[in-house]
Design a protein around this ligand. Structure first.
Ligand SMILES: O=P(O)(O)O[C@@H]1C[C@H](O)[C@@H](CO)O1
Ligand SMILES: Nc1nc2[nH]cnc2c(=O)[nH]1
Length: 325
């Protein structure tokens, strides 16, 4: 593969937040959780409070934020000198409800860089509004994160993709956005970013090119692609007709996450690198084969199988960023 180029209301903050460093409420329970109204974002002050809690609690100001996809929690296990925060102990943090998403924030170092990783993300189908799903990205920003690495498990629609391949995301089709849903819906707080952010060039080309070079040195370049991801609401996997339609729209891989995280990251001017692990092949023709049915068990099994490769790709890319810092 050669180098890549792109042609191809704010409600009032909950006055009773538990402050930094204080992990539990008075009787050892989780502090009261802020509930956004409708799909509106968390107030800046609430995000700031969560960020302070993490930075003070870990003693680290991370530069790179990693979101681990389904079954890819091991991306956080390679972090050195980890300081681990269970989501349920972080003030105002949602909880993970999906198998393969442990629900822990891990802060430490990787290849000499300060990093934080979400071992478990939040999905729309869990019942969380998109602003809540991507709230941790704003927490990362206020912790000091400049680079977002978002990973996911996805179904491969591009017929050239095989199970276990990696697709470096260079663009996305925001199906939830087509339906009028956005993590940026509601009043805009300019301390995070502009009302109308542009999304061309969302996926950092230098990082894509570095990842391609790394894949060559790892000897996996033939199973690494650059493509377009689309996020649907889930939790159902797609029908054949939907998959055909997505393919016609130029989508290479489909999942249930990442896009709203990337939108939130770009809104606050973070550099984004994202990849999909292709955990299943999506059928775009009708057949009676049971094999054509996607399953979360298969997704988890493939992710487990490929976690070492994904970890190596991520740590080598972190090393590259650290080298040029
Ligand atoms: O969190 P990601 O996007 O990696 O997880 C995908 C989408 C669903 O949560 C799950 C379906 O198997 O995998
Ligand atoms: N929507 C969707 N999400 C996935 N996550 C892993 N595989 C798939 C898939 O085929 N479709």
């Amino acid at each position: 593969m050669t180098g890549y180029s792109s042609k191809t209301d704010v409600a009032t903050a909950n006055g009773k937040q538990n402050g930094s460093g204080n992990q539990t409420g008075e009787n050892g329970t989780k502090p009261t959780e802020f509930t956004p109204q409708g799909n509106h974002a968390y107030p800046y002050e609430v995000i700031q409070e969560i960020a302070d809690f993490i930075v003070k609690g870990s003693g680290i100001r991370p530069k790179i934020g990693i979101i681990c996809g389904s079954g890819l929690g091991s991306l956080a296990d390679i972090i050195q000198n980890p300081k681990v925060f269970d989501y349920e102990k972080i003030p105002n943090f949602p909880v993970s409800t999906v198998e393969g998403h442990a629900g822990r924030l891990v802060v430490g170092t990787l290849e000499g860089a300060n990093v934080m990783a979400m071992q478990g993300r939040f999905h729309f189908y869990e019942g969380y509004p998109l602003a809540k799903c991507s709230m941790p990205v704003r927490v990362m920003k206020l912790c000091g994160v400049e680079y977002l690495f978002a990973t996911n498990a996805a179904g491969g629609i591009n017929p050239k993709y095989a199970v276990g391949d990696i697709m470096l995301m260079h663009d996305h089709v925001n199906m939830l956005g087509f339906a009028g849903n956005s993590p940026l819906q509601g009043p805009n707080d300019p301390r995070f970013g502009p009302r109308f952010p542009a999304l061309v060039n969302s996926y950092n080309k230098d990082l894509i090119n570095k990842a391609i070079e790394i894949s060559k040195t790892m000897g996996i370049e033939s199973s690494v692609h650059v493509g377009v991801y689309s996020c649907l609401g889930g939790p159902t996997y797609e029908t054949i007709a939907e998959l055909k339609a997505l393919r016609m729209m130029g989508v290479d891989a489909v999942g249930m996450s990442t896009v709203h995280e990337v939108i939130t990251a770009r809104h606050c001017d973070m550099k984004v690198f994202a990849f999909s692990l292709i955990t299943n092949k999506c059928a775009t023709e009708y057949s009676d084969k049971k094999d054509d049915e996607a399953s979360h068990d298969e997704v988890m099994a493939v992710a487990k199988n490929r976690q070492k490769t994904c970890c190596e790709l991520v740590s080598r890319l972190v090393a590259e960023i650290q080298k040029t810092a």
